[in-house]
Ligand binder design. Structure first.
Ligand code: GLA
Length: 382
């Protein structure tokens, strides 16, 4: 986020509503360092918040309506209490759903004008929707003096996503957007909801983290995500455990499952959880370079066992490794989106160029990239 974003939403608020906003709030997108499709299995994840975020200027209205202006979309939508129906379509559902989730939890939310701007890439697996939900929640909590602790905020934002928008996701994205701290990754236990801020000082380790968006259109992502989730739940039921988090003896569990596809899904979740625990351990002791083989193993597991990677993503990861990245993996829900690559400091442009060349040769869309900087979670910014 830059002060330019804050100035832009404040100026636009003034133009649209003729007065100053009461405040400005922001919430970030995230990359997940490791722990993919583990959150809804009651497992472990380790995301960090990006510097890219949704910025919202907000002020109260006299009526019980909400007006939302997106500077990115150059569009304004208005809705009232009567419109707060789960299943609402359009981008404004991510805002309306937060009002709905707050009210449903017993918080009184007054009408408001919101003007927002985002620099979180959309459709890239960087949680632009969680950033929108968490920024809206921060703004509405601020405007209405709602005393809601951070974890609860993340849970309410997730309710918007699950029960209003209708996407059956886990808690990782909203937890990252709300709870992360600068210079740290968030080690998050999705069952007990315990959190640990794990230091992530890439610079001190002589490293940087390239985030590369493959610009793959991911049409299948919603249906495939839901299928993966169901398959994990079916496997847990067959194994007689509350969630795949509870599988302690992988070989024994695999021996009890007949379906080869289901065996692969279970193997991914169980081994990925173990990798998150190892990753937390290496970061706690400052051995950042040792993340690299865990990233590689996570990617192989997503590719071969969970089967959520696609050819563009696999080519990006392979090329990153060939070009000198120490480790690389897809990040996010899958079927496109971004990869992350751990590279020696200063090498990111060269690795990104190598991937762009490989994409051009394969006739894929040109990728775009930036450096991932562990940043802070949702907060007031003015
Ligand atoms: C999406 C979901 C998250 C998580 C990841 C996969 O980002 O929103 O809850 O399941 O996919 O790790």
């Amino acid at each position: 986020m830059s002060t330019a974003d804050v100035d832009a939403v404040v100026r636009a608020f003034h133009t649209a509503h003729g007065d100053e906003p009461v405040g400005v709030w922001a919430a970030p997108g995230r990359v997940n360092l490791i722990g993919e499709h583990t959150d809804y299995n009651d497992g472990f994840v380790m995301p960090f918040a990006l510097a890219q975020r949704v910025t919202v200027a907000a002020g109260p209205r006299a009526d019980d309506r909400w007006s939302v202006t997106s500077l990115n979309l150059e569009a304004t939508e208005t809705f009232g209490r009567e419109d707060l129906q789960p299943g609402m379509s359009g981008w404004q559902a991510y805002v309306a759903g937060v009002v709905w989730a707050l009210e449903d939890a017993g918080h009184r939310v007054g009408g408001a004008n919101l003007v927002l701007s985002s620099d979180v890439p959309v459709g890239a697996g960087l949680s632009s929707s969680a950033a929108l939900e968490c920024a809206t929640l921060a703004a509405l909590a601020g405007l209405n003096d709602l005393d809601i602790e951070p974890l609860r905020r993340a849970q309410l934002a997730r309710r918007c996503e699950n029960d209003f928008v209708g996407a059956p996701t886990g808690l990782m994205d909203q937890a990252a957007s709300t709870l992360c701290e600068a210079d740290h990754a968030l080690f998050f236990d999705c069952r007990s909801f315990t959190t640990e801020q794990v230091p992530l000082d890439l610079g001190a380790a002589g490293l940087e983290l390239l985030v590369l968006d493959t610009h793959t259109p991911h049409a299948l992502v919603d249906s495939e995500y839901a299928t993966r989730r169901r398959s994990c739940e079916d496997a847990a039921a067959l194994l007689g455990v509350p969630a795949l988090r509870d599988v302690t003896d992988l070989e024994a569990a695999l021996g009890r499952l007949d379906d080869e596809v289901m065996r692969r899904r279970v193997r991914h979740v169980v081994t990925e959880n173990a990798r998150v625990l190892q990753a937390a351990e290496v970061l706690r002791s400052g051995r950042v370079t040792e993340l690299a083989p865990l990233l590689d193993a996570s990617h192989a597991s997503m590719r071969d066992d969970f089967e959520i990677t696609v050819p563009t993503v696999d080519l990006a990861v392979r090329t990153a490794r060939d070009a000198g990245a120490l480790g690389a993996r897809m990040t996010g829900g899958g079927f496109g989106g971004c990869i992350i690559a751990l590279v020696p400091a200063g090498d990111a442009p060269r690795v990104a160029d190598a991937i762009a060349e490989a994409f051009a040769r394969a006739d894929y869309n040109a990728p775009s990239s930036f450096l991932g900087v562990p940043s802070s979670g949702a907060r007031p910014v003015s």
